[in-house]
Design a protein around this ligand. Structure first.
Ligand SMILES: Cc1cc2nc3c(=O)[nH]c(=O)nc-3n(C[C@H](O)[C@H](O)[C@H](O)COP(=O)(O)OP(=O)(O)OC[C@H]3O[C@@H](n4cnc5c(N)ncnc54)[C@H](O)[C@@H]3O)c2cc1C
Length: 437
């Protein structure tokens, strides 16, 4: 059996490790167009913001990892296409890598804006170790920066540039920050926090042109406003890398379509991670939930199935978490519901330091946004993942009371939804204590 994995990040690593646990010796090749050993993208923003302890690196695995696991690592090599009839991956330059089982773990890429001048030096995505190195070099001389996009990644990039003393402005087309995952009230909490810390936010700002010749000098917006910038970071969102699947029998919509075993429509070709549309267990549909743990888990499930051990992937849920200038934020599940049948409750504290929102669908909790104070997010996430009937504790949830003591009767009554050891142990402990009283 020859295994080939395209992608050397969360999903690719998960798959390689699962394959090696089951099949320690068959040929296994990882191909990636980035030259580095596997590293954490999530740490890119921490590194730019100076939050990593000195000497800490982004690395997740050392170069020795591949040798120790008997993995042929073709790093810095780009897959150009896959030839599913010959069962080969064709690399740029023409080399062909044969496979019996193939995984597409190719992730996503920052969306381009289609604005004139976008190819100039000084305009960066915020996704790769290479972007990070280039931004580090650019902050040595840049005075001003513009970050286009007010999602978590854009805000992280802005905080990082600010940390390096670059005068940074966030420019967003919408009316408030975090507009994909939060309501205006919540977005404005963060706007106030950023502006108080010296990072202005421009709303309704649609970029029309990047000025400069060869090297970016500024951004001009559709309404005539303009900002000088020697650095521009485009944080407008990420699109799954579906190119390798196109022109094959593999079905693609927003991401590469897979079943609950991470199989594509093409025999022996699997897909996982940010490139794949997988089951969302809260929204109950296939979608791309681009989070690291989900990508790793999908990779593991795909790796098991590739190595012949049947493993179902139960799905993930939408999740965004970050902290900006001491203000933490988490959004889980469906937070901007569309259509009938949803019930949303939100509240902003009087001092405007805390916001929360809960979204219900029938008897289930399907979404939550917490800002300022995020305790209990794990409990809320669990109720969503388990699709628990929360009608008996809805008032407690609305009052912000979701400690385990309140949940215990619900967990006991819906034991089939909470089969894991942790719940068994909680129930056992509580009942023992009750018996001893
Ligand atoms: C700045 C930032 C912060 C983030 N913070 C968090 C966070 O706090 N928490 C969280 O859960 N998630 C976070 N994420 C998201 C998380 O990093 C991704 O969900 C995760 O990396 C997805 O893993 P993946 O393996 O699917 O794809 P990717 O990490 O995108 O990796 C894709 C791999 O495929 C390779 N590749 C692509 N195309 C080709 C090709 N044609 N030929 C060869 N190789 C190819 C690439 O070289 C790479 O190795 C963050 C992402 C970014 C960018």
């Amino acid at each position: 059996m020859r295994y080939v994995i395209i992608g050397n990040s969360a999903a690719g690593l998960g798959a390689a490790e699962a394959i090696r646990e089951i099949d320690p010796s068959s040929p296994l090749t990882i191909i990636a167009d980035e030259p580095e050993a596997a590293y954490s993208r999530a740490l890119i923003s921490y590194e730019l913001a100076g939050w990593l302890p000195s000497g800490a690196k982004l690395d997740l695995r050392t170069p020795d990892f591949y040798r120790e696991k008997g993995i042929q690592a073709l790093l810095g090599r780009r897959a150009q296409r896959i030839d599913t009839s010959a069962r080969e991956v064709v690399l740029e330059g023409g080399d062909r890598i044969p496979y019996d089982r193939l995984l597409l773990a190719v992730g996503g890429s920052p969306q381009t804006l289609g604005v004139p001048g976008e190819d100039q030096a000084g305009i960066f995505g915020f996704r790769t170790a290479r972007d990070l190195a280039a931004i580090h070099e650019a902050v040595q001389t840049a005075r001003e920066a513009v970050v286009l996009g007010g999602g978590c990644i854009g805000l992280q990039a802005a905080s990082g540039l600010h940390h390096h003393g670059v005068r940074t402005t966030i420019a967003i087309a919408s009316g408030h920050l975090l507009s994909q995952v939060a309501d205006p009230e919540c977005g404005d909490l963060f706007r106030e926090r950023f502006e108080r810390n010296g990072i202005p936010v421009l709303t309704g700002a649609v970029p029309e042109e990047f000025t400069g010749t060869d090297r970016v000098a500024g951004v001009r917006f559709a309404d005539g406003r303009a900002l000088p910038a020697q650095i521009v970071i485009t944080g407008k969102g990420v699109a799954p890398n579906i190119g390798l699947a196109q022109g094959t029998k593999i079905r693609v919509d927003w991401g590469i379509v897979v079943d609950d075993r991470l199989r594509t429509d093409e025999p022996d070709v699997f897909a996982a991670g940010d490139a794949a549309a997988t089951w969302d267990r809260v929204a109950c549909r296939s979608t791309v939930n681009a989070v690291w743990p989900g990508a790793y888990e999908q990779g593991r499930a795909a790796g098991c199935n590739m190595a012949g051990r049947d493993r179902r992937y139960d799905g993930s849920m939408r999740l965004n978490a970050a902290e900006f200038f001491g203000l933490p934020f988490i959004s889980l599940g469906i937070v901007k519901p569309k259509g009938e049948g949803f019930e949303s409750h939100s509240r902003l504290s009087g001092d405007k330091n805390r916001y929360w929102k809960l979204v219900f669908q029938e008897n289930r909790l399907v979404g939550a946004v917490l800002a300022g104070k995020v305790d209990g997010a794990g409990v809320l996430g669990n109720l969503m993942r388990k699709r628990a009937d929360v009608s008996s504790i809805k008032d407690d949830l609305l009052a912000g009371r979701y400690g385990f003591a309140r949940l215990l009767p619900l967990i006991q009554a819906q034991a089939e939804a909470f089969p894991e050891a942790e719940y068994g142990e909680i129930i056992f402990t509580a009942e023992t204590q009750r018996a001893q009283r």
